[in-house]
Structure formats: structure tokens, C-alpha cells
Design a protein around this ligand. Sequence first.
Ligand code: NAP
Ligand code: GLV
Length: 306
Amino acid sequence: MKITFCCTGTKPEPWLAGLRAAFPGAQVEVWQAGAPAADHAVVWAPPQQFFDEQTQLKGIFNIGAGVDALLKLRLPPRATVVRLDDAGMSVQMAEYVCHAVIRYFREFDGYEADVKAGKWSYRKPRERALFPVGVMGLGVLGQRVAQALTQFEFPVLGWSRSVKAIEGVRCFAGAAQFNDFLRASKVLVNLLPLTPETRDIMRLDTLAQLQAGGYVINVARGAHLVEEDLLTLLDRGQLAGATLDVFRTEPLPAEHPFWRHPQITITPHTSARTLRDESIAQIAGKIRALEAGQPIVGIVDSVRGY
Ligand code: NAP
Ligand code: GLV
């Protein structure tokens, strides 16, 4: 068996070592132009030339959960495209989102500013029931985040394409229930995949429907959010703030207003990192299953876009 590795921005050696350890008899190499045909590929942001040459691939394993960039390319028609299915990301996402929600709810920004100013001052406790958190996207990551938020006794709502039943979460589904979901939420967490249907989903008319004191947490993709509309709603006082991990242009350009906006907290696309050992173990298990003709989870539906 031949496995080719083509991951832009990723140091290949530890991945190659892990894959070689999982498949001692296999040839596992970094892809180079003109390389012989491989059976399976481990990829992140490969060039189009990679797929134009590697037309015999049976499995394409993306080392991330989101496949929006991959699906922009012309892929070999017979290949099964597989995304990471959790692989240690959901617990990181739950940490990140709970941290952001609690920081807003408990006004820790304000306390930090007070302490820096040498002030010992209290704020009135806020009523948790008045902070419903709506999670857009109830997949592998969204469900874990929604469940984690219920542990802190926030009212939790969720929105997905198909109908879901999740304990402690008020679930909404489909375009018909989207506005009801927004109106019932104060904090909005985005964990949708980026598809033609979800691009620009957080914009003036949708975000304006959040309850007073609305707060946005975007941990999915930058193109879900119309950045100027967020700034407009913050300026108008219709939103209280945002925590953003992903941006339309990454790295965020030096002159971008988000860097210095007092109501916006940014992080550099780090809310849920790919964990190498967990990912190699998951990919190796799926290569073995595919080779044995067994079913696997995490197969991407290119028509649906995720
Ligand atoms: P997933 O398991 O595929 O879940 C996607 C969820 O979105 C599903 O619940 C799906 O509904 C819902 N959805 C898709 N299209 C929809 C639509 N048009 N309307 C309503 N709901 C829709 O994906 P995941 O593993 O949770 O990952 C979600 C995204 O997080 C990834 O695509 C990636 O972009 C992002 N991500 C970001 C980071 C980071 O570090 N910032 C890390 C990992 C992932 P159904 O359940 O009905 O199909
Ligand atoms: C990261 O953004 C991922 O999609 O895994």
C-alpha cells in the first residue's frame, strides 16, 4: 500500500513516522510532483496539481474537520473523502466556548480592567436564565459544546439541518425555524460547516434578531460572518461583543479593526487544534476499514458540502 502526505503548513516528519508505525509494510512518503500513484492521501490544503496527478486515490483523509477548502478543488471521482471526526477536537471546542460564554456572563473583562486600575469593586450578579446560548450546528463539535454549556445551567438552544433530540437542549431545525432560534438566543455560537447555504449566515438581519445584549462566538469559519455588519451592530449597541477565532482573511491583516476593538476578543484560529497522535490513530483505523470494505464514519458528502 502507498500513502502520500500533502499537508501545507504542517511539519511532515512526525506524521510520516506515525503513519509508518501504523503501517509497517506500506510506503509512506511526502508528495512531490510526478510521484507514483498512491492508494490513500493525508491532506491539508493541497494544490490542485496534487489531485490532477493522484487520480487513483481510494481515500482522501483531511487532517481537519472542515472540508470547505478541499471541496473547492477538482477531486478524483472514485475517492472517498474523509474528515476528522472529533479526534480530540470536541473537548477543546467545549473548553473554548464555555470559557468565552462564562467570561461574558461573569463580566471578567470588566473585573480585569478594574483590577488593573487598582479598583476593588463588585458587579451585580446576572441572572443565568437571561443568557440563553444558541449553538448553530449540532454535529460532532456543536453537540459536545451544547452539552458542556448545559453543565453550567445556561438555557441552551441548538439549530441544525435535520431534527435532533439532545437532552437539555431546545432544538430547532431547518430554514423555517432559524428566525425563532435566533430570537430565543442571546449568545450565538457558530459551529456550522462553510457551505453555499451557510456563507454570510451571520449578517445584519440575522444578528439583529438576537436578544438585547447579544454576543457572537465564531469558531467555525470566517466567511460565515459579514465582518462590517458585526462592527455596525456593535457601534449601534445592538450587540454587546464578540469572541472570534476565525476570519475571512487569515492571518488577520495588521490593519484590521478587530485587532483593537474593545468589544472584540480574537484568537488565531486555535479553538480546536488537530492533535497529531489522535488523528493518525483515527486515520489509520479508517484506512484499514476501507481496505477491508468495512463502513466508516466521517465520510464527506460533496453535494451537501460537509
Ligand atoms: P459536523 O459534524 O459535520 O456538523 C455540522 C453541523 O452543521 C450538523 O449538525 C449539520 O446539520 C449542521 N448544518 C450544516 N449545514 C446546515 C444548514 N444549512 N443549516 C443548518 N444546519 C446545518 O461538523 P463538526 O465536526 O461539528 O465541525 C463543524 C465545523 O467547525 C467544521 O466544518 C469547521 O469549519 C469548524 N472547525 C473549526 C475549528 C477551529 O479551530 N476554529 C476546528 C474544527 C472545526 P445535520 O446534523 O442536520 O447534518
Ligand atoms: C479547523 O479549522 C478544522 O476544520 O479542523
